[in-house]
Design a protein around this ligand. Structure first.
Ligand code: DCT
Ligand code: MG
Length: 403
């Protein structure tokens, strides 16, 4: 659930506390920057420069802890508060700075005030040292382990990886087995150079299957999204021949499986999900986290020699390669703009795009379509700009979507 729809969008005109960056006026007073901050992340411009990292890190710890406790409303409230602070072009120095800002509830404000005054928050520190929080955080950091499995293991008295691996009653699925096997590599951040090297590797496989395929880096490493590091590398791949996109993806997987690098297979793990996309079943009124396009979740062996400047953070491990998580999604070409918009992120940006569409425009947006409930029709789009225009939103560049 994405929270309660708000009937009328509230705009907030705020006056910011005078800061060092405010230019002094000739009469000796300072100008106060005026800023309109929307409650919707898709109406804010958020770059990777976060002027309030101390505050947002703290709020995100609480968001995560409520996610583990399966209290989605509170989790979302902290995520929204954090996202608003990320969009500010200045650092919050006192609570008065935040007057008029949307999405900052009493709880968030109390945490912020404590940090602004004393440098830390009692509640955040208590959470960070909480055994259950620490254990769930550890377990969910394994590829293939979600909050439900982590909770089950915790309730079974397990506290560490060695507990899990030694427990007699635990059956790890294939994804989790690979998650443990490559844990060190997968939990290490992927650099931009590594993402580019993977792009070349996937591109070679794509060209070998179909020369005229379209391959795009998306997610945090999409061109101009601006993230330096990520947890995986996401690609959209499709073809201009209608209906051939699914074959394309299985072809790419086959090609990658056949490829060997220094005698080892390139694909360390591959889970392929066939398409369940069916225009007839749309629009979907229920929010679904995953789209229905054909996709695969991979772990790819990346040789250091392919990476400009070498592998990130692998100094001294002597292996010369690392494992990287890669996702490929393959929508039909006429769904490309929706898939690209949905897979570019950030998550908070996507959430609020859908929430804005529903609450402010009576439209349903997902990775497949945009549906106008008033006109009872699907709205066509070949570019992201078309979708923003249908929604009556100013276009937000990928590098401004780091909400
Ligand atoms: N996404 C989404 N909702 C989800 C999961 C993902 O809208 N529940 C979208 C947003 C980004 C894109 O899919 C890819 O997801 P991630 O790889 O998790 O995000 P990212 O921005 O690429 O960040 P990173 O990979 O660095 O964690
Ligand atoms: Mg990603």
């Amino acid at each position: 659930k994405e929270g309660k729809p708000v009937a009328v969008e509230t705009r907030h005109l705020i006056e910011v506390c005078v800061s060092d960056t405010s230019p002094a006026l000739p009469d000796g007073t300072s100008s106060t920057p005026l800023l309109t901050v929307s409650q919707y992340a898709c109406k804010r411009r958020t770059t990777t420069v976060n002027n309030n990292k101390i505050l947002t890190d703290a709020l995100e710890v609480l968001a995560e802890s409520y996610e583990f406790k399966e209290i989605p409303g509170r989790c979302l409230a902290f995520r929204r508060a954090s996202s608003v602070l990320k969009s500010l072009p200045w650092a919050v120095r006192c609570l008065r700075d935040t007057e008029g800002l949307p999405c900052l509830g009493e709880h968030s404000k109390a945490v912020m005030e404590e940090i602004l005054q004393s440098g830390h928050s009692f509640e955040v520190e208590k959470t960070l040292s909480d055994e259950k929080y620490q254990t769930l955080k550890l377990f969910t950091s394994v590829f293939g382990v979600g909050p439900k499995t982590a909770e089950k293991w915790y309730r079974g008295g397990l506290r560490s990886f060695s507990d899990v691996l030694a427990a007699p009653g635990i059956h790890l699925n294939r994804m989790q087995q690979s998650g443990f096997l490559h844990y060190g590599d997968i939990s290490r951040a992927v650099s931009k150079a590594e993402a580019r090297a993977l792009g070349n590797l996937i591109d070679e496989a794509v060209r070998a299957v179909t020369p005229d395929a379209v391959l795009a880096l998306t997610g945090g490493f999409r061109r101009y999204r601006g993230k330096e590091f990520g947890h995986d590398v996401d690609f959209i791949v499709t073809t201009r021949e209608p209906g051939k996109e699914e074959k394309l993806l299985t072809g790419i997987i086959e090609r990658l499986k056949q490829q060997v690098s220094t005698l080892f297979g390139l694909l360390l793990y591959c889970e392929y999900n066939a398409s369940t996309f069916d225009m007839v079943k749309l629009p979907s009124h229920q929010f679904e986290a995953m789209d229905h396009f054909a996709k695969c979740f991979l772990i790819v062996r990346l040789e250091g020699g392919r990476v400009e400047g070498g592998l990130h953070g692998a100094e001294g491990d002597g292996r010369g390669w690392r494992a990287v998580r890669v996702d490929l999604v393959s929508p039909p070409m006429d769904r490309y703009a929706f898939a690209l918009l949905g897979w570019t992120g950030s998550r908070q940006f996507e959430r609020d795009l859908r929430r804005f569409a529903r609450a402010e425009r009576r439209m349903l947006l997902d990775n497949h379509t945009l549906y106008d409930k008033t006109k009872k029709e699907f709205l066509a789009a070949t570019t992201e700009k078309d979708i923003f225009a249908h929604l009556g939103l100013e276009y937000i560049e990928p590098w401004q979507r780091n909400a």
